[in-house]
Design a protein around this ligand. Structure first.
Ligand code: DC
Length: 237
């Protein structure tokens, strides 16, 4: 990680926000524009959950899940060459699990796994190691508050629950899954509550985060807005 005189990580951009707020899309566009790497940290919590389910470990068994989270090897690769709509390829112990991470069983159990302090410590360590390479846009729930509190630019992307449900339904339909907006809305509200009320690293904008409501502006307009905060080299004005 590169630090300037003030000790801030000049080439780390933190993006946080609730489920389906558009933060991953913004992260991807911003990383492409700046020539940075993008890490969607949600994949790590999903991969730890998948590893537990595959190993037949009860996700309520905090000790066993935490041990597993420390042991697993996680990696990401560029996903473009697959041509199947993935933003990146997710590797769990060297195995490509990109689509398994979207499994409903993973979605049902990931909030429990992400609530464990030991799991979070293990995965935050992996995230910081990734960030040490510099020039990274990191997307999650606690990047600006916990993982990189010294990131030069912190964004908090949000949108109304209704708008997020509508977008998620369109995504699901495009992928050939069910897209009942009411069901999705209920799930989004449930996840919002779990993410923001959990004891460790709850979803919360950092004090110095720039808050962007994506309900009414397009991703391109948001990118223009963000680029207005940076100079041509991707540095803070
Ligand atoms: O962004 P996502 O839906 O893939 O996240 C999956 C889960 O992981 C969700 O319950 C929130 C949690 N998560 C987290 O606690 N901290 C992060 N930095 C990223 C995701």
């Amino acid at each position: 990680m590169v630090e300037d005189d003030s000790g801030l990580s000049v080439d780390t951009i933190a993006i946080d926000g609730p489920a389906a707020s558009g933060k991953t899309t913004i992260g991807r566009l911003l990383a492409a524009k700046l020539g940075y790497q993008m890490l969607d940290t949600g994949f790590m919590y999903r991969a730890a959950t998948l590893a537990a389910l595959d190993a037949g470990i009860d996700v309520e068994d905090e000790t066993a899940v935490t041990r597993l989270a420390r042991e697993i090897e996680l990696d990401v690769r560029d996903g473009a060459r697959h041509g199947d709509g993935r933003l990146y390829s997710a590797l769990l112990n060297g195995r490509d699990v990109t689509w398994q991470l979207r499994d409903p069983a993973v979605a049902r159990n990931v909030s429990a796994v992400a609530s464990y302090l030991g799991v979070r410590q293990a995965l935050v360590e992996k995230q910081r190691r990734f960030g040490e390479q510099g020039k990274v846009v990191m997307v999650g729930r606690d990047i600006g508050t916990v993982v990189f509190p010294d990131a030069r630019l912190k964004l908090y992307i949000t949108a109304t629950a209704e708008e997020r449900a509508r977008r998620r339904a369109l995504d699901n339909q495009a992928q050939g899954h069910g897209g009942d907006v009411e069901v999705i809305l209920a799930d989004i509200k449930r996840r919002d509550a779990l993410d923001s009320q959990r004891k460790h690293s709850p979803l919360l904008p950092a004090d110095d985060a720039v808050i962007i409501d994506s309900s009414v502006i397009t991703p391109d307009e948001i990118i223009d807005q963000i680029m207005g905060l940076l100079d041509g080299d991707g540095e803070w004005r």
